[in-house]
Design a protein around this ligand. Sequence first.
Ligand code: SF4
Length: 428
Amino acid sequence: MFSTNLAAIEPYEICSIRPPTENTSITFRLTRNCPWNKCAFCPVYKLGAKFSRRSIEEIKRDVDRAKAIDDALYAYGIGDGISLGAEYRKAHELINRIRAMKGISSESNTNQTCYEDLDDRVKWFLQWFKETPTIEDCVYHILQWRLSGAKTCFLGDADSMILKPDFLKEIIEYIKINFPSIVRFTVYGRTKTVAQLRSHKELVEYQKAGINRIHFGLESGSNEVLSLMNKGVTAEEHIDACKKIRDAGMSPSVYVMPGLGGMVLSHIHAHETARVITKCQPDFVRLRTLEIFPHTPLAAMADGKTFIEAEEEQIAKEIRILIEEINCETEILSDSASNLLDVYGTLPYDRQAMLHTIDTYLNLSAREKLEYSLEMRLGHFLGQYGSPTPDIMDAIRPMLNGDTLVFSKASDEMLVHAIRLIRSKLMP
Ligand code: SF4
């Protein structure tokens, strides 16, 4: 029998950082943050977030809390209907009922108050990270999972491969008892951890425990770029890790970062990454174009001119090299708002179509490229956040005719300013 003791409902720790394919998965934090946390470009766990392991008891308590929320949704008939609006309205009422039963009027995410003196861009990003989720965050998290079919689970944070197979097995079994509809468990992992620490036998145990897919941040296949970015791993270790994952019956999905070599290493970054992916044979290659974030070591390198950012056209050429030279069967996805071009397809079958998308952009005049970029970036922003922020609105207002962008009166500087502003708010 499900529990409807609303006063007993508590929030639990969810993974704010997860792959796009896990956006509607139920998530549990097995560790907190990143055990490496030294990649020069990565803003994710900077600003003082420390890595920590969590105990089995702590994680099981989170599963119990998630189960209590799921039971409450079920008891109140929420999550099975066909009208999303109605389900969210009912969930909102449930949240108010829980708060009333617990005697609280509202909740605050403590994350935001800690960082009040940071600059606007950092504050903008931090508002999406739920280090201390509220009941509201957790109810909507589980509602999303129910509405998307209740089949997938992501286990974070940044490198779950540091956990021994027995640990993961016990947690997954406990999750399956409480959420028997789940059929797919995925994690983030570092290729270094798999290459250096995990035996074939251990990897088979992960697979048997229920892990189907490992998401690896490859970023680059060039040792020069990996070293510059302090990624702490070599191209050979990338290849070794992907091979080991495949041999153990799991699916490697890799992230690649166009632009990571800057202007200087652009060529070698693209060619070497294509070579390494060909050897890795991942099932998926996800493109995440570099964006330089404040308070990262890379931002300091860019300020000191030891890293010169590649331009949009140069990055498009890098992606072209990848599409031309990757020689294995793999699916390319540009499923990140950080990307300018919508390059999607399965290699080798869709190679020409993807090259055509890139060449269409490369063949535009310099001015047309700017107009195209603004349209695409704004579209990505609206897709991610729904409506423009006041500063973006100010930047595009002179170009708006109703809902349409009209560029005839916009100078190149106005376009560049608006593009930069939008890019600075797009999460990879
Ligand atoms: S391993 Fe991943 S999460 Fe950790 S610092 Fe590098 S990019 Fe960031």
